[in-house]
Design a protein around this ligand. Structure first.
Ligand code: ZN
Length: 200
């Protein structure tokens, strides 16, 4: 087990399309070792997810976990997941996303340290993948977990959140902490439909 260093924006590997994991390599020590290193690195860096290219392995594997994360204190607890060859499909097929079907988060990225920017994504996605044992995963993910898996699978295609963020929302972490109101940091469209009662 080992913590690895993170490839940052500008290093070519973070812009490359990662290759599928061959089913025959699923049971190998090398793959188990890589997944362990990804989990160790994600936890050591306070990430809520990590894609293999971020530790310079250009293969389609992501790990996700959230638990009282200091970088994203408002995130719910998400148990550790390992997803191999993930395919993420938005539930809503339309190209225009009604607010109620979207989630907007001031995202950050271990490969873009010290910056945040607001990204709007579909809030409900179908997630198909293999787990670490090679078992098939086919689930519907909602809300923050859906946003995280989209951020991570983007990495496998060389796409970073900076490509999707509204450029006028880009900010440094310190300014984010100081100036972005808590209510704007995560806006889950499904919750906007419920009447607000906090003014009462
Ligand atoms: Zn990232």
């Amino acid at each position: 087990m080992a913590r690895r260093t993170i490839a940052r924006l500008g290093e070519p590997i973070v812009r490359q399309r990662a290759v599928e994991v061959d089913r025959r390599s699923l049971d190998t020590p090398a793959l188990a070792h890589l997944i362990e290193d990804m989990i160790d690195t994600m936890r050591a860096e306070n990430g809520v997810g990590l894609a293999a290219p971020q530790i310079r392995e250009s293969v389609r594997i992501v790990v996700i976990e959230a638990n009282k994360n200091p970088r994203y204190p408002q995130f719910p607890s998400i148990p550790l997941r390992v997803l191999i060859n993930p395919i993420v499909t938005p539930a809503s097929g339309s190209s225009t996303l009604p607010p109620r079907d979207s989630i907007s988060i001031y995202e950050g990225c271990l490969s873009v340290p010290g910056m945040r920017g607001r990204v709007v994504r579909p809030r409900s996605v179908r997630v198909q993948a293999l787990d670490a044992e090679g078992k098939t995963i086919d689930e519907q993910w909602e809300g923050i977990a859906a946003a995280i898996i989209q951020h991570e699978t983007d990495h496998l295609d060389g796409t970073l959140f900076v490509d999707r963020a509204d450029p006028r929302t880009f900010c440094f972490s310190e300014e984010y902490e100081q100036y972005v109101p808590a209510a704007l940091r995560v806006v889950d469209g499904s919750e906007e439909d419920t009447p607000r009662t906090e003014d009462a």
